[in-house]
Design a protein around this ligand. Sequence first.
Ligand SMILES: NC(=O)c1ccc[n+]([C@@H]2O[C@H](COP(=O)([O-])OP(=O)(O)OC[C@H]3O[C@@H](n4cnc5c(N)ncnc54)[C@H](OP(=O)(O)O)[C@@H]3O)[C@@H](O)[C@H]2O)c1
Length: 333
Amino acid sequence: MKAFILDRYGSADGVRAGEMPVPHLQENDVLVQIHAAGVNVLDSKIRNGEFKSFLRYRLPIILGHDVAGVVVGVGSRVRRFKPGDEVYARPADGRIGGFAEFIAIAEDDVAIKPKALTMEEAASIPLVGLTGWQALIERANLKRGQSVLIHAGSGGVGTFAIQLAKHAGATVATTTSAVNAGLVRSLGADVVIDYHKDDFAQVLRDYDVVLQSVDKVTLEKSLRVLKPGGQLISVSGPPDAAFARTIGAPWILRMVMGALSYGIKTKARRRHVNYSFLFMRANGRQLTEITSLIDDGIIRPVVDRVFPFASTKEAMTYVEAGRAKGKVVVSLK
Ligand SMILES: NC(=O)c1ccc[n+]([C@@H]2O[C@H](COP(=O)([O-])OP(=O)(O)OC[C@H]3O[C@@H](n4cnc5c(N)ncnc54)[C@H](OP(=O)(O)O)[C@@H]3O)[C@@H](O)[C@H]2O)c1
C-alpha cells in the first residue's frame, strides 16, 4: 500500500512516499481503508525526534494520528464493528500510521463516524477532540458556571475545545489574532483577546481552568488568571512526574520530567493553583461521546485545508507554520 514513511528522525528529509505492507490484523483489531487523515503538530514532533525518550518507535514507521475510513476487515474477537462501517479514530501510540491506504486499529480505539460529516471533516476530529475531552471533561471536570481560558482558540485544539467548554456550560475566554476573532466567536467564545495587542494576564481574573497549548511565556503568565484552586492544564509541556508514572516511564525519565516541571509546579503551588501536563491518548468510548455531540449539532468541525494524499509532506509543512485555522487534512479519494 502507499504510505508516508519516516526512515530517520530529524527533518522533513527523513519522510518519504513509498510502499509498505498492509498491516497485519490482530484478533481485537479492525482494518480500516483510510479515506482521509488528519495532520497534527505531533506528526512533526515525532519526525523531529522530540518524543524519542518516551515514544519508542522502531523505524521505519508510517506517520499519521487521525483517520476516517471504512472497515474492510475485523479480527476474530471484534464485536462492535463489521465490514462496511464508516469509522474514525486516533490510533494508539505505538500503532500510528494514518498517512497510508490502510491501518489496523484496536477496536477499543475506534468509533462510528458522525453521520453528517464528510470523511475529511471526520478525520479532523479525533486527536484534538480527545485532547479537549480529556483536558476539560475528564481532568478539569468543567462545570456549568465555571470559566476557562483556552489559548490559541483558532487552532486545531482550540476550535474544538471552545465548543466543548460552551457545551459544558462554562464561560470561555480565548486568545487569537484579530483576523480569527470572528471564527472563535462563531464557535462560542465569550471573551476574545487579540494576543498581538492585549495581554490576557492583565484582562482576565479568577478563572477556574486554563488550557495551555502555546509557549513558555504564556504558560507562566497563565498562572495569574487562575483563582485559588484553579487548574493550569498544559498540552505543550513541560511534562511532569505524574505523566511519567502514567506511561510507566523508567525512574530516570520520571526524574527528568519531574525536574522539567519543577519550576512551574512550584510557582503554581505558591499561587494555590495546580499545574498538570496532559498527553492525550486513544479512546474509542470518549470518541463515541464526541460522535453524539457532533450528530446533535453541538460541535462542528473546522477544517482549514484539505491536501491530496500525494502532498502529505506539504500538509505537514503547512501545519508546522503554526497558522492553521482549525485542522488540516489529507484526502485519499
Ligand atoms: N499533549 C497533547 O496531548 C497534545 C494534543 C494536541 C496538541 N498538542 C500540542 O498543542 C499545540 C497546539 O496544537 P494545535 O493542533 O491546536 O496547533 P495548531 O492548530 O497548529 O495551532 C495553530 C493556531 O495557533 C494559533 N497561535 C499560535 N501562536 C499563538 C499564541 N501565542 N497565542 C494564541 N494563538 C496562537 C494560531 O493563530 P494565529 O495565526 O492567529 O497566531 C493558529 O490558528 C501543539 O504544540 C501540539 O503539539 C498536544
